[in-house]
Each structure stands twice: as C-alpha cells, then as structure tokens.
Ligand binder design. Structure first.
Ligand SMILES: [Zn+2]
Length: 405
C-alpha cells in the first residue's frame, strides 16, 4: 500500500530503486496540481522506473532523473508552471535518463514516490513540493466567510419509499413516524437562532444509506442525527437508545476513504486527501475521525440525557455499532432509536402527535445543550454561548446524569 517513499531535505539526494530493471519506459505526461500549501507533480509512466530527486538552491529547483526513460511523443511540450513551480524543463541525458527540472518560486521541501497502477492510472512518479502540512491547525472549513455562520443540523428520517422500516403490531410503519418526528425536530431547530435544519428526506421516498450522509456532507452539516424506531421479537421491550459509530466501523471506513481517495474530490474535515501521501492522509483522516467520534459521543450523551427525562430509555449509555449511515469521518453523528415500535404501547404513542413532538423536543434540547457547551468556532452559537457564560444548566445536568453511568 505504501509506495516507495523517500523524503528529501533540501540539498540531499535520495535514489529510489525500481524492483525490476526498466527498459524503454516512456514518460507519457507531466501534470501539476497546485494547492494552497503544496504543489504536486505527477509524471505518468508506461512502466516501473528508478528515479532520483535532487533539491538545489540558488536558484531553487528540483532535478528529477528518471532512469532509462524517454519522452513519449505526446509529452514533448512541458506543462505550464503552477503553484511553487515556475517552469518545467525536460531533456534526455546522454547517460540514458530523462531529466525533469522544476524551477521553483521559493525554497521548498520535496518528497517523491512511485505508485503502482490502479483502476484509473498506470505507474506514476509523484513529487510533492511544499511545507509539510501542519496537523495542529483547525481543519474544519468555515461554511461561509461571514464571521458568524449558522450551524447546520442534518436530520435523517430513516427508511422511506419502498423501505417501510419496522412495522408495529397495529401496522404503524417506522418510515412514517420517524419522518413525522424528523419534521418536528426540523421546525424546532429552524426556530432557534443560529441553527438550520437540513432534512435528508422530506417525503416518503427511498434514499440509499451512503447517500444520506453524502447529502449531509454536501450541506457541510455540523451534526448528523438519524431517526429510527426499533423492533424486536420480545414485544415487552421498550425505551429509546442512542447509537454512535463503533471504532471498528470507523476503522473500516478509514480504509475505504484511503483506498478511494484518488477518485474522490471530497474533503475530509475540510482537507483534501487526494493530494496527500499515504502516511499524511491516514494521519489527517485519523485525527478527523477521532475528533468526530469524540464529539459524537458527547452529543449523543446530551441527547440521551434529554430522552431519559422525556420518557423511557432502554440503556443509559450511548451504544456503538457499525451503522453505515453514520460513517462520515468528519461529522459528529448519532442514530436515535426513538422507541420500540414492536412494543404495542410504544407503537400507540409513536402515532400520537403529542408524543412525536415530545421526542423531537427532547432531541432538540440535547442538540441545543451540546452546541452551547461545544460551539464550533465562527458560528452564531459560539457568540451566543460566550455571551451567556457562565454556562447555565447543561454543565450541572451533565455531571448528574453522567454519574448514572
Ligand atoms: Zn430503522
């Protein structure tokens, strides 16, 4: 998985040896990608080749020699400079290498690695130029340049359309009651200053699980709340539960993101992974995921606390599971089983508007408390929370409910 990776400090030479002798490798294309912190140079090769990288100063430039390579007819014109690269020059050397010189706008650090073919590309020699990305800066992008944006709460009513979800003894369908609760919740969120609700589905239609989170990510949601009603054979069981993604589920998802990042233009926590090497990409993803999982736990606990006050709670701890719908690596997410639709009393209650409103009210209060205790910077809620300090009830309620765990 990790390709031949070499780090070059300025002025040092590292040679990366190919595993097989290369003969007549063609350089088919040279591509440049300029990002805010780094510039990536990709050399498309017809096969495996050894290369060496040399970083020089006065003037600043990078010299890349590819052994036994020649320029394909299509690659005779070098690409225009971009980012840290002023000019690209290419020439065959008498000794048989193809030399690619990158004239730089500033001193940089460079590293290079060879990647093996995937579904989309053949062998690529990748040179990354730039300051190593700092991982301590806040990686969450601002939604808007305005200094006080609204928080976005994505509300996901489970199931829908041809998928009714669980069905109660009296024929109540999960998809209908959870949509009603989701709508009630959206009304409450929208009524609150500094918060906006986004419903992943607003009617009776089906959305595949991965698309639900995709929609939430497209809205740059600050929180994802999926609403369900549980079912179990034992009809005596009742109460609500709150789930977050398990560590196992998060690990699976990290592997998938890393494997697919070549094809994904998505941002993780505001950072693009497709221009990062494997090590950096996995570090960034890991940081983003840990932060999101921690936040999920705190937010879920806040909601669970309110649900416990509103009615019966099945378990007083946040549960963990590998729910596909929760697999966003950078959005705090929870799944709420509002009740057991398989329990006849709960089924009857779930049909009542007053009970739907009570559940929505509890979830809203939990979300409110969470954001006021942990306001994302740059949001209206952060200003309001600061203005209302010292924090009122939530902190005290936290410790009281937490003691029950
Ligand atoms: Zn469900």
């Amino acid at each position: 998985m990790n390709p031949l990776l070499s780090h070059c400090a300025a002025g040092l030479l590292f040679a990366t040896l190919a595993t097989r002798p290369a003969d007549a490798v063609e350089v088919r294309n040279v591509r440049l990608w300029a990002g805010p912190d780094s510039t990536r140079v990709v050399v498309d090769l017809s096969g495996n080749a050894a290369h060496s990288l040399l970083v020089l100063q006065n003037p600043d430039r990078v010299v890349l020699d590819v052994s036994g390579a020649r320029l394909a007819r299509t690659a005779h014109t070098p690409p225009a400079g971009a980012g840290a690269v002023k000019l690209v020059r290419m020439a065959s050397r008498p000794s048989g290498e193809l030399r690619i010189v990158l004239d730089l706008t500033q001193p940089i650090q460079a590293k290079s690695f060879l990647t093996t073919p995937n579904r989309r590309y053949g062998y690529r020699l990748v040179v990354d130029l730039g300051v190593p990305a700092r991982v301590d800066k806040p990686i969450k992008v601002q939604h808007a340049p305005a200094d006080a944006r609204d928080l976005i709460v994505a509300i996901d009513a489970g199931h829908g359309g041809e998928d009714p979800g669980a069905i109660g003894k009296y024929g109540t369908r999960e998809k209908d009651v959870v949509l009603a609760i989701a709508r009630e919740l959206a009304v409450r969120i929208d009524a609150e200053t500094g918060m906006k609700a986004f419903l992943t589905r607003s009617g009776d239609y089906f959305i595949p699980l991965p698309d639900r989170m995709r929609r939430a990510r497209a809205q740059q949601a600050d929180l994802f709340v999926s609403i369900h009603a549980d079912s179990i054979q034992d009809r005596s069981i009742d109460g609500s539960s709150v789930y977050i993604l398990s560590q196992r589920g998060a690990t699976d998802e990290a592997s998938r993101w890393l494997a697919e990042r070549e094809n994904a233009s998505d941002l993780i926590g505001g950072v693009s992974l497709d221009d990062k090497d494997d090590v950096l990409a996995s570090v960034l993803l890991d940081l983003s995921q840990s932060a999101a999982l921690n936040a999920s736990q705190v937010a879920a606990m806040s909601v669970l606390r309110e649900l416990a006050q509103a009615g019966e709670v099945r378990k007083h701890q946040v549960q963990q599971a590998r729910f596909i719908v929760l697999k966003a690596p950078d959005i705090p997410s929870m799944l709420i089983e509002t009740a057991y639709i398989s329990n006849p009393q709960e089924e009857q209650r779930l049909r009542m508007h007053a009970h739907q409103a009570r559940l929505a009210g509890a979830i809203h209060q939990g979300v409110h408390d969470y954001f006021y205790a942990n306001p994302p910077t740059g949001t209206r809620i952060a200003q309001l929370a600061a203005a209302s300090a010292p924090r009122p009830a939530p902190a005290a309620a936290n410790s009281a409910a937490g003691a029950g765990e």
